[in-house]
Design a protein around this ligand. Structure first.
Ligand code: PXL
Length: 305
């Protein structure tokens, strides 16, 4: 393990209830032995998925003064990890913040949180994807889901069973959205497609968490700086589990900060996220309240070192 402790700056909202954004980024990144500083973009009583009547305190006006203070402290950030932004205006502000805080070795990871299940989140205006494209251009790594990929790169949206061609075309097009690396989440392959991805182009590797003879698999496709593609999957667990993108992104950033390759970081993040979903499915809790990532933190903290 590297003895110099890494520092991540996580720029997301605080949803007080619902286990997403900063309430998962902080514990997951900390459990990896990595310092997690935060810049909250908004404070909500709950996240916006499936709840009505939530409070929403937009912190747009606070971002710059917070960063101006930090500038007097000579801080260095190894990673800047952005997620849910509180307003359209914040896109340009976060771009300026990245420019102000980025050092020579700082890596910028942008999760373009704005859409899921084929739809832009209702709290964002229709031109939000255009702004998000600008932010992605600043990134060393972006983490879109399939819906966000379609909004960023103009690919068609498909809920699933995806083909290898569909996914690799999306990764290629996302290469023009972000000059760095890409991890596409929400990829859904059947058994045969997994086999052809493993043997087909010969460019990538395919990892499947948990032995299974399932027919359907969910996971992520990563394209590294050398354009090498790798896949990580787990047997599909039906249903929509809230906050899993943030659990995945936080685990990936934490793994990355601990020196893992993009491929290995993606595998660790898929293992950890799928375990969290599996525990939640077994417990039968209301999926709006997020997944039980807490019970997997001890194992994650070992896997990630
Ligand atoms: O998990 C993404 C997310 C983060 N923050 C807020 C959200 C969502 C998704 O709906 O509403 C406030």
């Amino acid at each position: 393990m590297n003895m110099a402790q890494k520092r991540v700056l996580a720029i997301h909202d605080i949803s007080c209830i619902g286990r997403c954004s900063l309430t998962v980024a902080l514990p997951i990144i900390s459990a990896a032995g990595v310092e997690c500083a935060v810049l909250p973009t908004a404070v909500l009583s709950t996240h916006t998925g499936g709840f009505t009547g939530f409070t929403y305190r937009d912190l747009t006006d606070d971002l710059k003064p917070i960063v101006d203070h930090w500038k007097t402290l000579g801080l260095k950030f190894d990673y800047i990890y952005t997620g849910f932004l509180g307003s359209f205006e914040q896109i340009d502000i976060v771009i300026d913040i990245i420019d102000a805080l980025r050092g020579r070795d700082t890596k910028v990871v942008v999760d373009p949180v704005m859409a899921d299940n084929g739809e832009l989140y209702g709290v964002f205006p229709p031109d939000f994807p255009k702004g998000m494209r600008k932010l992605c251009r600043k990134a060393d790594l972006i983490l879109p889901n399939i819906t966000e990929a379609s909004l960023l790169a103009g690919t068609e949206y498909s809920a699933g069973r995806h083909s290898v061609e569909f996914v690799e075309d999306a990764l290629e097009r996302l290469g023009s959205v972000c000059p760095g690396e890409v991890v596409l989440t929400g990829v859904n392959f059947d058994r045969g497609t997994i086999r052809s991805a493993a043997s087909g182009s010969g460019r990538g590797s395919v990892y499947v968490a948990a032995d299974s003879d399932a027919d359907s698999y969910l996971g992520a496709a990563a394209r590294d700086a050398k354009k090498k593609i790798s896949y990580a999957f787990h047997p599909l667990i039906p249903g929509f589990y809230h906050g899993t993108g943030d659990v995945f992104g936080s685990a990936l950033v934490a793994s990355f900060a601990n020196g893992k390759t993009l491929q290995r970081a993606t595998e660790i993040a898929v293992d950890y996220t799928s375990g969290s979903i599996e525990r939640t499915r077994e417990a039968g809790t209301d999926v709006r309240f997020g997944v039980n990532f807490e019970a997997g933190l001890r194992k994650f903290s070992e896997d990630v070192r």
